[in-house]
Write a protein that binds this ligand. Structure first.
Ligand code: PRP
Length: 206
């Protein structure tokens, strides 16, 4: 399906602590990394496997290993970097790209300031990470750029999504699956996710 909400108890528990405004920057960063690892477990579920021959201490065996090219992770700056660390701990050999994008808080339109992705991105599963899918403007624009660079097998991993953002992504990029820890109620008049957790970039980096 287009949207997966990961309802694992550890994910939900950690998310509650992250939402709490009394949670410190240090704890917030730590929790985001832990939570992202649990989301990454879900998003990598469909990675193709092949087999290889190994020798266990007992005998030879045909054992499963990941098939195909290494994954590419793409962090949508700045806040995406908080999730990038978590995924990288689980998939340490992944290639990594960055899309610099901030949201003009007046117009709510994304402004691009950086773009650098790994070579041969078309042969790889690409996981784009950004904690917040609010209006969807930033992520839709980031994925436009990834597709222009050749990506054709993209997943979008976020912490919180709004119904508006999910609808916008589905319309612009129906092929991109979204994996999130929560589908929140909606957006306020400033385009912030409600009840949300505030501005993820600010809570992480100050
Ligand atoms: C936030 C967030 C997303 C974007 C979501 O980034 O990390 O990138 O806004 O909003 P949208 O779905 O309405 O586009 P922000 O612009 O605050 O930049 P930052 O990550 O550098 O803090």
């Amino acid at each position: 399906d287009h949207l997966t909400v990961v309802d694992h108890p550890l994910v939900q528990h950690k998310l509650t602590i992250m939402r709490d405004k009394a949670t410190s920057t240090y704890e917030f960063r730590q929790l985001l990394r832990e939570l992202t690892q649990l989301l990454a477990y879900e998003v990598t579920r469909e990675l193709p496997l092949t087999t290889t021959t190994i020798e266990t201490p007992m005998e030879d065996m045909e054992a499963p290993i990941l098939a195909g090219k290494k994954l590419a992770l793409v962090s949508i700056l700045r806040a995406g970097n908080g999730m990038l660390d978590g995924v990288l701990e689980l998939v340490p050999s992944a290639r990594v790209g960055f899309v610099g994008m901030y949201r003009d808080e007046e117009t709510m339109q994304p402004v691009q300031y950086y773009f650098k992705v790994p070579q041969q991105i078309s042969d790889r599963m690409v996981i784009a990470v950004d904690p917040m899918l609010a209006t969807g403007n930033s992520s839709v624009a980031a994925i436009d750029l990834l597709k222009e660079a050749g990506a054709n097998n993209i997943r979008f991993l976020c912490l919180l999504a709004s119904p508006e953002g999910v609808a916008r992504m589905k319309e612009a990029h129906p092929d991109v699956k979204i994996i999130t820890a929560s589908l929140d109620r909606g957006l306020n008049e400033k385009g912030y996710i409600m009840p949300g957790l505030g501005d993820a970039g600010d809570r992480m980096f100050g």
